[in-house]
Design a protein around this ligand. Structure first.
Ligand code: PBG
Length: 336
């Protein structure tokens, strides 16, 4: 005698019954090859952990090379470098950003020599190098960052980094017209093989806090810097698309949305509008929130990390910059 049951033609749970069938019908998959690992580098002799980002370090040149070799061996294709510059090397113009003997150019050269397969992405913005912490030149008269004067410097910075061997330059400053100006300068210097990863839709976000601690562009009088005259308003989706379309027209090779998790709708929307590869940056505050709740025992941080990354891919990102890349590369039980 059959037990009483509903007459259902469709029982979606059939396809969720076992790990195998769930895997078979999975619509989105994470792959280590999609991840870019951000790495901080400083001029000290050894690596030190960043207090607001447990598990993430500021590397010395030597320890950076070891980390790059390991990441490369585990299948990571690319790293994105960020400097932590001592205060005495900063000034109001970010001059150290243009020094070809600076920590980032030296790191690029060393990685391209020792771990030549690994793609190296260098940030193009002045905030780690300026005393005030803005991404560009501060003009006291207009009480704002000067767009065109900043672009001139960013162009020089991009050319210098490309000459040192960077595979990608990644302008993260949100100045108008910088992608086009950088593309033009690279090409006229015979650097047409250097790609541009454009931080196209970068929002004025509270989730950058731990990063600013990491690069020491921190707070002024206890308050994080206000970058609202150049970074996007979190309320604006159309404007984010406009920024992406401009970067595409100006010659960007890859577009990027940042942060990622709180902006899945923006990722989705830009994905519909471009044929270019789309990246998303899961930023320091997104990482730190998951790790901190995990340390408190309030969530399972590994599962939360995977879920957050899966959501970013499902929204339409092909590539994800994430501070979880190192753990994912190391831990086979993290299991994609
Ligand atoms: C600035 C820059 C920031 C990040 C990368 N490049 C912070 C900011 O705009 O203040 C943040 C990345 C992160 O939070 O992980 N050029």
């Amino acid at each position: 005698m059959k037990e009483k049951q509903l007459e259902l033609l469709r029982r979606p749970r059939r396809l969720r019954a076992t790990r195998q069938v769930r895997s078979l019908v999975a619509e989105t998959r994470l792959d280590i090859a999609d991840l870019i690992c951000p790495l901080f580098v400083h001029e000290k002799e050894s690596k030190e952990e960043i207090p607001s980002m447990p598990g993430i370090y500021r590397y010395s040149l030597e320890s950076l090379l070891e980390e790059c070799a390991l990441l490369n061996e585990k299948g990571i294709n690319a790293v994105a470098l960020f400097p932590c510059v001592p205060r005495e090397k900063k000034d109001n113009f970010g001059s150290y950003a243009l020094n070809p003997e600076g920590i980032i150019p030296r790191a690029v050269e060393a990685i391209k020599k020792e771990v030549s397969d690994l793609l190296v992405i260098t940030d193009v913005a002045l905030d780690p190098y300026t005393l005030h912490g803005h991404d560009g030149l501060w003009n006291e008269k207009i009480k704002d960052v000067d767009n065109d004067a900043t672009v001139e410097i960013l162009v020089q910075m991009a050319v210098m980094l490309a000459q040192k061997g960077a595979d990608f330059v990644a302008p993260s400053d949100m100045m108008d017209g910088r992608v086009g100006a950088i593309r033009k300068a690279l090409d006229s210097e015979g650097l047409s093989k250097t790609s541009i990863l454009a931080y196209s839709a970068k929002f004025a976000s509270a989730f950058y806090g731990p990063f600013r601690d990491a690069v020491g562009s921190g707070k002024q009088k206890g308050i994080y810097l206000d970058k609202k005259t150049y970074q996007l308003n979190p309320s604006n989706s159309r404007e984010a698309c406009l920024e992406a379309m401009l970067d595409e027209k100006e010659g960007a090779d890859i577009l990027m949305v940042k942060p990622a998790g709180p902006y899945l709708d923006i990722i989705h929307r830009i994905r519909q509008k471009t044929l270019l590869p789309l990246a998303a940056y899961q930023v320091s505050g997104e990482y730190a929130s998951i790790i901190a709740a995990g340390l408190k025992g309030w969530i399972d941080p590994k599962q939360a990390a995977l879920e957050s990354l899966l959501a970013i891919k499902r929204a339409g990102a092909d590539i994800i910059i994430t501070y979880f890349a190192g753990s994912l590369a190391r831990d086979p039980f993290f299991n994609f």
